[in-house]
Design a protein around this ligand. Structure first.
Ligand code: HEC
Ligand code: HEC
Length: 278
């Protein structure tokens, strides 16, 4: 381990030198009204010189750093969260802080990363977003588990940004054909020695404790010594019957609502400060 640490330091030093050079080059191209093409080229250049040696040219990772193009957890981060990661790094990991970038350079990198994530495609709206919203918060019951723009449930992922990273057909299949969404997406029932029962999603687990979030959003910290048994539901929490519960129109409406919520169809609806001009 010792020698690889030294190697990291050497790499980091080399990286910093590289970056210093890179920001000189990039800086000379930054005009206040840099057009989209210029900033797209800039973003690509910065990404290939500053990020690609670890994350790969396509962002899909290498042995040194994870995939940041395809991983949903990274795709779900807001632009400003990614900006902070670039500025501050991830302390205690190999992800360095990039202090030498100015705002326009960071924006350009983020925009390029979004392109790698497939985010910048304009989405066509297949249905009526207003009716979709009514369904989402009403009959279809999505909001019991999912949040959009600060409204809804805590137990499943926040879908506010979902449509920015996913194509219409991907959204459709996530709804009607959720398949195996993984162990994490299942409900766990914990019975304590005392007989008390808790149900929810496991948010964290170590040798001694389990952190459970119940459907109403409350967190429970349970010590493993008090647990009698833990049972995991065979089914994912995400219902698998929306293909029959919703007709094609309703499904299109819900998809349209998610696209509108993510600002895909109407740039004016995008949250100010969260979104950059590409
Ligand atoms: C020296 C190698 C290295 C370089 C260069 C690098 N990264 Fe990383 N990056 C990492 C590693 C390692 C991680 C995983 C950190 C962790 O374990 O959470 C990471 C994680 C990330 C994450 C995800 C953080 C999270 O919350 O999981 C993002 C986003 C990211 N990097 C973006 C970038 C961008 C953009 C650049 C270029 C400006 C860049 N990285 C350059 C090594 C690197
Ligand atoms: C009983 C809870 C529940 C209901 C109701 C529900 N979902 Fe889900 N949904 C989940 C869970 C759990 C997942 C797995 C991913 C996660 O959130 O961790 C999921 C996944 C998804 C995903 C993929 C998200 C991702 O990050 O990969 C989409 C899209 C989605 N649901 C849309 C909907 C829509 C639209 C509705 C209403 C028509 C709905 N869901 C109703 C619990 C629910």
């Amino acid at each position: 381990m010792g020698s690889s640490r030294i190697l990291w330091r050497v790499c980091k030093l080399g990286l910093e030198l590289l970056l210093a050079g890179c920001s000189v080059v990039a800086g000379s191209q930054t005009a206040p009204h840099a057009n989209k093409t210029a900033s797209a080229i800039q973003g690509k250049q910065i990404f290939s010189s500053a990020c690609a040696q670890c994350h790969g040219l396509d962002g899909r990772g290498s042995e040194r750093a994870p995939n940041i193009a395809d991983r949903p957890t990274i795709q779900r981060l807001s632009d400003s969260q990614i900006v902070r990661i670039i500025q501050n790094g991830v302390p205690g990991t190999g992800m360095p802080a990039f202090h030498s970038f100015d705002n326009s350079q960071i924006r350009a990198v983020v925009a390029h990363l979004r392109t790698l994530q497939g985010k910048n495609k304009t989405a066509a709206v297949p249905g009526n977003p207003e009716q979709g919203k009514t369904l989402f918060f009403g009959k279809a019951e999505c909001s019991q588990c999912h949040m959009v723009a600060g409204d809804g449930g805590f137990i499943a992922s926040d879908l506010s940004e979902y449509a920015r990273i996913h194509e219409v057909e991907q959204i459709r299949s996530a709804i009607v054909d959720p398949g195996n969404t993984g162990q994490q997406a299942r409900l766990v029932r914990v019975t304590l020695h005392s007989g008390q029962i808790y149900a929810g999603r496991v948010r964290n687990e170590d040798n001694f404790s389990v952190q459970l979030q119940s459907l109403d959003g409350t967190f429970y910290f349970l010590s493993k010594s008090e647990i009698d048994k833990m049972q995991t539901d065979a089914q994912s929490l995400m219902p698998s019957d929306y293909g029959t519960r919703l007709n094609t129109h309703e499904l299109n409406d819900v998809i349209s609502y998610l696209i509108r919520a993510a600002g895909g169809a109407d740039p004016a609806a995008r949250k100010k400060g969260e979104e950059f001009e590409y």
